[in-house]
Design a protein around this ligand. Structure first.
Ligand code: ZN
Length: 714
């Protein structure tokens, strides 16, 4: 093989001849040859001075040129594929160069800006996906050179840094043992971030990059929080039951490690806890993902009578969702249509660099799937209500995607070990001052007892509204022999109760985040023993509880830190007392704020809106959607559970829990809506799989297809 075969146009570089690329002449076929040739050249010469050669790229139309080193050029050849494969010509702004190192966000931005946004309206989405996939894959070449560019780990670089830089040395050896437990980890984290800064400027100290410099630049490979335990301080550790171990670990793995017996116990304990919790949480999050997906399965985009997606159709809804835009949430509302006044003009929020930051602080009237008139009629969400993701998402099940995006990220949050490595001292904040609460109650682990020192007398009462008692499935069990009935272990809980003083004054008590207060078994027995029972209310004299020493409530036993985010998101869409009392504006606001709290601000709001849309029904008939053609239309919001039980499709409800009840409930016999799931109930589902499910019209009867066997052969 000659050099020209191997290196193509780049073989000139070996003879010290300059190479110039004219951007306007580049096309996709040429680009591919350039990429292969250059990769071969770099592979063979990565240790040679040739690597410092620069290649000129000229933009003739703009009378501009730029000189790139071979590695920079290689990265650019990969990135230009996104532009050229879609048939565009290369412009100066398509150059890809990141001063602080390339991270995945920079690559994603480039793809959004130059591949997706210019092409999503015109290009077939499958083709666009394929183009992004193939070009993104070309960047894999970098892996080959990972070791050459010192992307490894060694102790030597840390020692060199400590010797050369006094601040680095001091931070590595700092003593945290004199700090209070709640400050220890925060202080170590602050120092760890400084150590990372020093590593990023390591060239200044040791004359070359520290082995982890590239990892921190690219923000992959090492997480700062885990690095903290490695280099600065391990600190306090959670015990997996909401508390912390009494011994903080005043060492890092590089400096001493677990060299005391109690530290080893703490680390071994939390390792074991992590396994137990993640097993429990996998079940919880799996069930949530499945149920959430089920309720969205029949969501679709608007199509005309021939089944084609129609981007020009507008449902002209008279109802909107009021959204107050903030710096935190504006990116979630990219690409959406809105008005500044319900009867005013319609605008678009823009995206990326055209995003309308001037709208921050304003309340807009958002066109949303929640109030899309065409979706409510069963004809699919129109483009104006869905926003500009409409064209790109026309090849996917938009309902399943919405559920998937939200549940998979939550699952990741719950299962990832990094949350276990973080000790959080969490405590319920009560609606009344803590001193007042302590006067009435005491804690023993996770049980709440009436304070034995409370001197109130028989006239003080605890009041619980029977209607406010909810039931939670703690765990589902099945008989060990496998053929018996499944059974659930249920626990009753409330989120608030009252104390009534002898004067009749009512003190309302609840956790500020509506934490579950589980009614303990003995307490349930006591209140069910009839002596306190009324029709709907339970009144118990405080002294009765004082004497019997029965725990009143349990808190947080199944509400560990890992499950907290999921529980809170769930409570917005699936807690009767909360979900059903929201307006559509409030539920979206709280849902979005919660997603932001969980670090899920990268998800577009439209997906959350689809989930809400599928839980909204007409006031007069729970099987119907509100008619959004009329202004100020009334509606009601159901919990996810209610939405599934009253889903207009019988197939969907039958896929949900408690099939036996579904089969005899009267509402089941009123359900006639079709579902994508219907196909699986057919004798030959494969015949129907490619058919579109009509929302109004019935699907073709089976015999029509069997009568024309010649059609099947073609
Ligand atoms: Zn619409």
């Amino acid at each position: 093989m000659t050099r020209t075969d191997l290196y193509g146009v780049w073989s000139c570089l070996l003879q010290n001849q300059p190479v110039e690329i004219v951007a306007e002449n580049l096309d996709n076929a040429k680009l591919n040859d350039y990429r292969i040739g250059l990769q071969n050249l770099i592979t063979d010469n990565v240790e040679q001075p040739l690597m410092q050669t620069k290649v000129t790229v000229t933009f003739r139309d703009y009378k501009k040129s730029v000189r790139l080193t071979l590695p920079d050029l290689m990265v650019n050849l990969c990135m230009w594929g996104f532009v050229l494969e879609a048939g565009h010509t290369l412009k100066p702004w398509h150059l890809f160069f990141c001063k602080k190192g390339i991270d995945k966000k920079a690559i994603a931005n480039y793809i959004n800006k130059y591949a997706i946004i210019p092409n999503r309206e015109t290009m077939d989405p499958k083709r666009l996906n394929e183009m992004i996939y193939t070009n993104h894959k070309t960047l894999k070449f970098a892996e080959k050179f990972a070791l050459f560019y010192n992307n490894s780990i060694n102790h030597e670089d840390f020692i060199l840094m400590a010797n050369a830089c006094p601040e680095f040395d001091e931070l590595m050896h700092k003593d945290y043992s004199n700090l209070p437990a709640d400050q220890m980890n925060a202080e170590a984290m602050k120092d760890c971030n400084r150590i990372i800064e020093l590593i990023l400027e390591s060239k200044k100290w040791i004359g070359r990059d520290h082995c982890l410099a590239d990892a921190f630049r690219a923000k992959v490979g090492v997480k700062p929080k885990q690095f903290r335990e490695m280099i600065s301080n391990i600190g306090i550790k959670p015990n997996g039951e909401g508390g912390i171990f009494p011994h903080s670990i005043d060492a890092s793995y590089m400096r001493g490690g677990l060299n005391r017996f109690e530290w080893m116990v703490a680390e071994a304990g939390i390792g074991r806890q992590a396994q137990i919790l993640s097993k429990q949480n996998t079940a919880d999050s799996g069930a949530f993902a499945r149920v959430l997906g089920l309720n969205q399965i029949d969501t679709s985009l608007y199509t005309d009578e021939f089944g084609n997606v129609d981007p020009d159709y507008d449902c002209h809804t008279k109802n909107f969702v009021e959204v107050t835009l903030t710096e935190e949430n504006i990116e979630m509302y990219q690409d959406r249509f809105f008005r500044l006044h319900p009867d005013g003009m319609e605008y678009n929020t823009g995206c990326l660099n055209t995003l309308r930051h001037d709208l921050v602080g304003q309340t807009i009237y958002l066109r949303s799937p929640i109030t899309c008139a065409s979706a409510a009629r069963g004809q699919g969400i129109c483009r104006k209500c869905y926003g500009n993701l409409f064209m790109g998402n026309r090849i996917v099940n938009i309902g399943k995607i919405a559920a998937e995006l939200i549940s998979q990220t939550l699952t990741q949050l719950m299962l990832s070990a990094k949350h276990l490595l973080e000790a959080k001292i969490s405590k319920i904040e009560w609606s009344i001052p803590q001193e007042q609460f302590d006067q009435f109650f005491t804690f023993d682990d996770e049980d709440i007892y009436v304070n034995s020192e409370f001197l109130g007398g028989k006239k003080w009462l605890i009041h619980i509204d029977r209607d406010s008692v909810d039931t939670e499935t703690v765990v589902s069990m099945s008989d060990s022999d496998g053929d018996g009935d499944d059974f659930d272990i249920l626990r009753d809980y409330i989120t608030q109760f009252e104390i009534i003083t002898p004067e009749g004054e009512v003190i309302e008590i609840h956790g500020t985040n509506n934490e579950c207060l589980y009614l303990q078994d003995e307490f349930c027995k006591l209140i069910n023993s009839k002596q306190y029972e009324d029709e709907t209310d339970i009144f118990i004299p405080i002294t009765d509880l004082q004497q019997s020493r029965i725990p009143v409530f349990g808190v947080g036993i199944y509400n560990d830190d890992l499950g907290k985010n999921l529980k809170e998101v769930m409570s917005i869409i699936n807690l009767k007392t909360k979900t059903c009392n929201y307006t559509r504006h409030e539920i979206l606001r709280d849902f979005i704020n919660k997603l932001i709290d969980c670090g899920m601000g990268g998800i577009r709001s439209v997906h959350a809106e689809i989930i809400i849309m599928n839980q909204i029904r007409a006031v007069d008939d729970v099987l119907l959607k509100p008619d959004w053609d009329y202004p100020d239309q009334e509606y009601r919001i159901l919990t996810l559970r209610q939405a599934l039980e009253t889903n207009p499709s019988i197939q969907v409800t039958m896929q949900y829990e408690n099939l036996a009840r579904t089969l005899y409930k009267p509402i089941s016999f009123r359900k006639t809506a079709p579902s994508k799931l219907d196909m699986f109930a057919h004798v030959q589902p494969q015949v129907y799989m490619a058919e579109k499910v009509e929302s109004e019209v019935q699907t073709k009867p089976l015999f029509e297809i069997i009568e024309k066997p010649e059609d099947l052969n073609n």
